[in-house]
Ligand binder design. Structure first.
Ligand code: NAD
Length: 478
């Protein structure tokens, strides 16, 4: 009998009578870890009603008291880093060091958002009428629905919960069906923290049943979603029924541009790090490379060496590894078929290119592909695996034009020592973020937001916090 996870609604763990259970596997070992119920619409409604009722008094608390509650959560997370990190590794497959960073970053992120409690600002605006004051105030939206992916599952709980709560909202979270165990541990950590019932709720289940019930619920004030473009589009359609606000953090196809004057070793190292991190399953990581012709041989040699040196396997196995498995068989098949179709269309495999047979697990070899044309799927679709397709360009103009030629617009990067190339890239790359001479990884005080199909709204920093508020204006005559 495997462990069946329970929802968390109104401060209570609720077991769900559902014949539809979803199994959760260790992606490196193919072993069953637990099962989740496929929570139905009426039980989702209970969670939303609990969050709605709790929001009234939570929203009236001084923000600093909400921040104090958040800090109790971050302190508890810090006391349990090892345990949480291990659960993440078991169900998601990232390496332990990265899981530890994810957990520590989560606690820091909660504290960072808590610090905003005394800095949520409104405005006083001059009125045209004598004796009148115009006050612009930031108020909570109400109930937030947080729908999570599996790639940074623990951090993404905090990325939604911390700004939502400090701004006075309550939340119902649906973790990914691939990685619910870390959320179950988060629920356990809330024990004894004196967070009012109903402020934080979790419902487990599939996107089709539980996710759809949550995103089409009329009492949800905002849907904060991180995941694929396809699901984002479905969620917008659900949201349209009730005109619910959406905040969408979707997929990416980040270009990395390497110019002739780049520090080649640094570029190869950073691009490899960006692609290997979490086995390439990161929305903002380098997904396609444009290298200037005059240095392409030298750069490609350095890149292939770095990718070849990547050790992969079971992150909890006997040997140290830099990279674990892909999340599931579907992810592995998708990476494999994109690589195969690129090769069929003329791409050359410089290293890797195949599913790695390690006995168990969804492993793909670290791969570099040369001669990738702009019209190939490998240059246009999100691969989400340890694969770097390369396209040679003549100059910066051509690199920027090809980089911008994408449905996605999340992140981008450039490697150069020429300051005017840097400023051209920062001004002309049509992406939410541009990283210069460094790997793609955002900071909590920035603003993580995609252009085009990569999303609507954004997360982090002041602007990310204000996404969780609504602007109210009062016209006051006394
Ligand atoms: P996914 O879209 O398959 O699933 C994400 C979540 O949506 C899951 O919890 C799923 O159950 C739920 N869902 C599915 N269908 C739904 C529906 N109809 N209604 C409501 N909810 C539904 O994505 P994934 O495979 O978990 O994550 C990988 C994707 O996430 C990649 O495309 C990646 O680029 C993206 N991502 C983006 C960011 C970012 O910040 N922009 C960060 C991490 C991941």
């Amino acid at each position: 009998m495997s462990n069946i996870l329970m929802n968390f609604v109104n401060g209570q763990r609720l077991s769900v009578n559902s014949d539809n259970r979803i199994p959760v596997y260790n992606p490196a070992r193919d072993t069953l870890l637990s099962e989740i119920p496929d929570t139905s619409a009426d039980q989702v409604d209970q969670a939303v009603q609990a969050a709605k009722a709790a929001q009234v008094s939570w929203g009236r608390l001084p923000a600093i008291q909400r921040a104090t509650a958040l800090r109790r959560i971050s302190a508890k997370i810090r006391q349990n880093v090892d345990r949480i990190a291990r659960v993440i590794v078991e169900e998601q497959g990232k390496v332990l060091g990265l899981a530890e960073v994810e957990v520590a970053f989560t606690a820091d992120y909660i504290d960072y958002m808590a610090e905003w409690a005394r800095r949520i600002e409104g405005e006083i605006i001059q009125s045209d009428r004598p004796g009148e004051s115009i006050f612009l105030n930031r108020q909570p939206i109400g109930v937030i629905a947080g729908i999570l992916p599996w790639n940074f599952p623990f951090f993404l709980i905090a990325r939604k919960l911390a700004p939502a709560l400090v701004a006075g909202n309550t939340i119902v979270i649906k973790p990914s069906e691939e990685t619910p165990n870390n959320a179950a541990l988060f629920i356990e950590l809330l024990d004894g923290l004196d967070i009012p019932d109903g402020v934080i709720n979790f419902v487990f289940g599939s996107g089709r049943t539980t996710g759809d019930a949550l995103t089409s619920h009329p009492d949800v004030g905002m849907i904060s979603f991180t995941g694929s473009v396809e699901t984002g589009s479905r969620i917008m359609a659900s949201a349209a029924k009730n005109i619910t606000k959406v905040n969408l953090e979707l997929g990416g196809k980040a270009p990395a541009i390497v110019l002739a004057d780049a520090d080649i070793a640094r570029a190869a190292k950073a691009i490899t790090a960006s692609r290997i991190l979490n086995t390439g399953q990161v929305c903002n990581a380098a997904e396609r490379v444009y290298v200037e012709r005059s240095i392409s041989d030298q750069f490609v040699t350095a890149l292939v060496d770095a990718m070849k040196a990547t050790r992969y396997g079971d992150p909890l196995g006997d040997k140290p590894v830099d990279m674990g498995p892909l999340i599931n068989r579907a992810g592995l098949d998708k990476v494999n078929s994109l690589v195969k179709s690129a090769v069929d269309q003329g791409a050359e495999v410089l290293t890797g290119g195949r599913i790695a047979d390690l006995g168990t697990g969804n492993h793909f070899e670290p791969t570099v592909l040369m001669n990738c044309r702009q019209d190939m799927d490998i240059m246009r679709k999100e691969v989400f695996g340890p694969v770097l397709p390369i396209n040679v360009v003549e100059n910066l103009d051509e690199a920027i034009e090809r980089a911008n030629d994408s449905d996605y617009g999340l992140t981008s990067s450039i490697y150069t020592q020429n300051v005017s190339s840097v400023f051209r890239a920062c001004n002309e790359l049509r992406f939410g973020e541009t990283y210069v001479n460094r790997e793609n990884f955002e900071a909590m005080q920035g603003f993580h937001a995609g252009n085009r199909r990569s999303g609507i709204g954004g997360a982090d920093g002041k602007h990310g916090l204000y996404e969780y508020t609504t602007t109210h204006v009062s016209y006051v005559q006394i």
